[in-house]
Design a binder for this molecule. Structure first.
Ligand SMILES: [Zn+2]
Length: 552
């Protein structure tokens, strides 16, 4: 009888643990984030680190159970009192952005405590909803406690601080990459990690020079997402991923297969925006944050500045941008936030439409666009009825079959690059006086199968992760360069910032002196050696400079 009872109790405990684990994994953590961390650790770190992470997650769950079902009622109530605000913060972010409170949120929040009032006003209903949900969870836990006779010994609650220490060390060691844990641990410990490891946020250096000419009236930099140059018809004529672009290739100033600054979105974007130089990388001195950015130069040259982010569904800032950057941006637009019901794959088409409108503005316009592009999972980045290459991966596939992965990716490129450009070029005419620079933040390593990540790797990184397209579309020949004269070798992201300054009207001599050669130099000698940074732009965590060796 006693044996049956204890078996029964054991089963009950196991059941509670499973149910509670399921709740934590879906509500307090995110299955997608969990999947990312598991693959990141397994393929970019080691099996041992993965096992440590899983062990800490399991211990954190057990710790919570030991706390909430502790013999000591005081300990349980103290735990709940700490738990409710943590869960409320986590859920507030989930309601705002679709993601739980994570490391980048902590960075932003910590750097902008002065704006807390405004944030609380702006997101009041999300905060109230999160508080209500947290209180309901608290009531449910207390109800479950009353219905259960099992109690954990008092000393077992010690698991919480011990696990907390392990969680803190994991977040700290990976600068927030491994950050998905139950809210009671994640919220305070992420803030603590950020506070002790924060990125500086200096005021950017003001523009020290005046433009020499009036510049191009409408100047757009379009930074695509995860577009690999090697997969475009321009560079693989037998592969029909971008047949439209191939058909009008004589209208593009194509600079071949260029190398990106880094193989990560955030590092590449902030470096493109800030004029980071290759010799600064890894930028351990954080020069990127105090450099004069594109928007400052544009405003000084009389442009109205736009930042269009097609990736964010909410109003968050990404790619290391801060309110300091917003000071120089006249209009921030996020099509996904304005049109929440539009499918993800339509966001780039909204961008094409918007750029065509801006091209007709009587004002001088400078726009920096973060396209939605072809970020993994590829299947959501194009409409199903635009499937051209088959068979494809299922939208929720975790396993990457090589052929299906390539097909799915090629469909994504066909839609998000070729269709985007078809719409853009169809709606901007010569009389619109527009010049568009185009690149991607990084490429994709498409040679792997199984469960793997395709960019942002820090071990055995493939140069394909940095192989990005780079071209200028200049229908009015405002750059003074004709497509036939474009030289297609040796370019990188580093050429973009000085080219944009030139097109904004700054003196070529001054630009060259401060930022090196541009895409428009007549006497350009191709750079013999290109490198890109695998890992964090600021050299936090594992990183290395990798030679970029492509014939183009
Ligand atoms: Zn990216």
């Amino acid at each position: 009888m006693r044996q049956r009872l204890s078996q029964h109790a054991l089963l009950l405990c196991f059941g509670i643990f499973l149910l509670f684990g399921l709740y934590i994994a879906t509500v307090e953590m995110r299955p997608g984030r969990l999947y990312f961390i598991v693959t990141y650790l397994l393929f970019q770190d080691s099996l041992a680190r993965l096992l440590i992470y899983l062990l800490v997650v399991a211990a954190s769950l057990l710790g919570l159970l030991f706390l909430f079902f502790n013999k000591s009622r005081t300990l349980c109530l103290t735990g709940l009192a700490l738990y409710v605000p943590c869960l409320a913060v986590s859920l507030t972010y989930r309601f705002i952005s679709g993601y739980n409170f994570m490391y980048p949120d902590a960075v932003l929040a910590w750097n902008n405590l002065a704006l807390a009032d405004t944030a609380i006003q702006n997101f009041s209903w999300q905060i109230v909803a999160a508080l209500i949900c947290s209180l309901i969870v608290m009531i449910l836990i207390q109800w479950a406690r009353r219905r259960t006779t099992w109690r954990a010994p008092i000393w077992s609650a010690l698991l919480v601080p011990f696990t907390g220490l392990a969680v803190f060390l994991l977040i700290k060691r990976t600068t927030g990459i491994v950050d998905d844990f139950p809210a009671l641990y994640r919220v305070p410990l992420t803030v603590l990690a950020v506070a002790s490891d924060q990125l500086p946020q200096p005021v950017r250096t003001p523009v020290s020079v005046s433009p020499a000419t009036s510049g191009v009236p409408h100047l757009f930099l379009v930074v695509d997402e995860s577009i690999t140059a090697t997969e475009l018809t321009l560079h693989q004529p037998q592969l029909p991923t971008t047949p439209f672009l191939y058909s009008i290739r004589d209208q593009l100033l194509d600079f071949g297969i260029a190398s990106s600054f880094t193989n990560q979105s955030a590092g590449s974007n902030i470096a493109l925006m800030s004029g980071t130089r290759p010799e600064d990388m890894p930028d351990t001195a954080y020069k990127t944050f105090s450099r004069t950015n594109l928007f400052q130069f544009a405003q000084k040259a009389g442009y109205t500045t736009y930042y269009i982010d097609a990736q964010q569904g909410g109003n968050g800032l990404q790619n290391f941008m801060s309110p300091e950057d917003l000071k120089y941006i006249d209009h921030v637009e996020r099509p996904g936030a304005v049109h929440p019901d539009t499918p993800y794959h339509q966001r780039d088409m909204l961008v094409a439409k918007r750029l065509a409108e801006l091209a007709k503005s009587p004002k001088k316009i400078f726009a920096y666009v973060v396209k939605a592009g072809a970020h993994w999972p590829y299947a959501r980045t194009y409409p199903q009825d635009s499937t051209f290459f088959a068979p494809v991966l299922s939208p929720r596939s975790i396993y990457k079959d090589k052929e299906r992965t390539l097909n799915t990716y090629h469909n994504a490129v066909r839609w998000t690059v070729d269709q985007f450009w078809r719409r853009l070029m169809g709606n901007i005419t010569k009389t619109d006086s527009t010049v568009i620079l185009y690149t991607s933040d990084h490429g994709q390593n498409l040679t792997q199968a199984g469960i793997s990540i395709a960019h942002a790797s820090v071990h055995e990184t493939s140069p394909q992760e940095a192989a990005v397209p780079l071209w200028i579309w200049d229908p009015n020949q405002l750059t003074g360069k004709s497509p036939a004269t474009a030289y297609r070798k040796g370019y990188s992201h580093a050429h973009i910032f000085p080219t944009l300054l030139l097109l904004q009207g700054y003196s070529p001599v001054w630009v060259r002196k401060h930022y090196g050669p541009t895409l428009l130099d007549k006497d350009l000698a191709p750079i013999s050696k290109r490198t890109f940074l695998a890992g964090d732009l600021f050299g936090r965590g594992a990183h290395s400079l990798i030679p970029f060796e492509y014939a183009f």
